[in-house]
Design a protein around this ligand. Structure first.
Ligand SMILES: [Zn+2]
Length: 323
């Protein structure tokens, strides 16, 4: 079988491996826990899991694991030489060259790495919500915010490979502290982690009175999940908080539109349960936040087509592109 590749999205808690045909069909799938490399050299335990995944997916289709191109999508700043330079969510593998470790373990010369959100952007551009669109930004809303920028039909990698770290645009000077060491980063406001933080803040300030009451009068017990569930039931205070997240989302998108003149945003990641309220609010607020909104062609905000699979799918394209 030719024209297939394996893509693995290596997250902080789990690794999703897919065997994908060149036309985007998913032929095999395997999910494993990401280990925490304690007691091993950087990346060793993680590499062991990735080797198992590649071998398993290849065995199922009678493929030679030394010959199938493999792409890794990694959560952090990827240097162009394949090293993971800065990864707050995968610290045990930071500094490791997982691509080289995996390549040598499999005796496979076609193993390549890319930032996970960049992979997602490639997948959506090739087969999904960004297909046929030359200028768009993939925005993944998870614990933080990842970004992949497509400009003139190409992924923007930047000088060192670090382009697209959009979650760390500062949207509030002297704002909430961020794991990156900065303050007021966009991802502290408009991601799943941001929703969690804003929930805590709103509960303590008395803006979630009904939810606090449901949690026995204890503001600290109100969780982000309670807000999304209550919003789905139509509770006004919960809807208002999700709309606030939508405003913060729109603020970052407006900054990106000002810099890049992109007309399209593809939103992916784990905050999708809240997207019913967050995305419409973001679309409405864009009109007031984007410079010269009325002078521009319509700016669209859509959800990703492949959801949590887009990173692994796009990683196969990285492998095929450079193999
Ligand atoms: Zn930050």
């Amino acid at each position: 079988m030719s024209g297939v590749a394996i893509g693995i999205d290596v997250g902080g808690t789990k690794a999703l491996a897919l065997l994908v045909a060149r036309d985007g069909r998913v032929l095999g799938e395997m999910v494993s826990q990401t280990p925490h490399d304690e007691g091993f050299g950087a990346g060793e335990a993680t590499t062991k899991v990735l080797v198992e995944q590649v071998n398993e997916l290849c065995e199922r289709q009678s493929l030679d694991s030394a010959l199938v191109p493999v792409g890794l999508g990694l959560p952090g700043m990827m240097r162009r030489d394949g090293h993971l330079a800065f990864a707050p969510n995968l610290q045990t593998a930071a500094g490791a060259d997982l691509g080289a470790l995996l390549g040598s373990a499999l005796a496979n010369a076609s193993v390549f790495c890319e930032n996970d959100a960049n992979c997602a952007a490639l997948a959506e551009h090739e087969w999904g919500a960004g297909r046929g669109i030359g200028d768009f930004v993939m925005v993944t809303l998870g614990t933080g915010i990842g970004g992949g920028i497509i400009a003139d039909g190409q992924l923007v990698r930047g000088r060192s490979g670090f382009a697209g770290e959009i979650g760390h645009m500062v949207v509030e000077a002297h704002g909430a502290p961020c794991p990156c060491g900065g303050r007021g980063c966009w991802e502290r406001y408009a991601s799943g982690g941001g929703l969690h933080r804003l929930t805590r803040e709103a509960a303590l300030e008395g803006r979630l009175a009904t939810l606090v009451e449901r949690c026995g009068g204890e503001p600290k017990r109100v969780r982000a999940e309670d807000v999304t569930a209550a919003a789905a039931e139509g509770l006004d205070e919960a809807v208002a908080l999700l709309r606030e997240v939508g405003w913060w989302l729109a603020l970052g998108l407006a900054n990106l539109a000002a810099i890049l003149d992109c007309g399209h945003f593809v939103i992916g990641g784990g905050l999708s349960s809240a997207s019913e309220f967050v995305l419409p609010a973001a679309r409405e607020h864009l009109a007031e936040l984007v410079e010269g909104y009325d002078a521009r062609p319509t700016i669209t905000v859509t959800t990703s087509m492949f959801g949590p699979r887009s990173g692994a799918m796009g990683a196969t394209l990285v492998a095929v592109e450079v193999a």
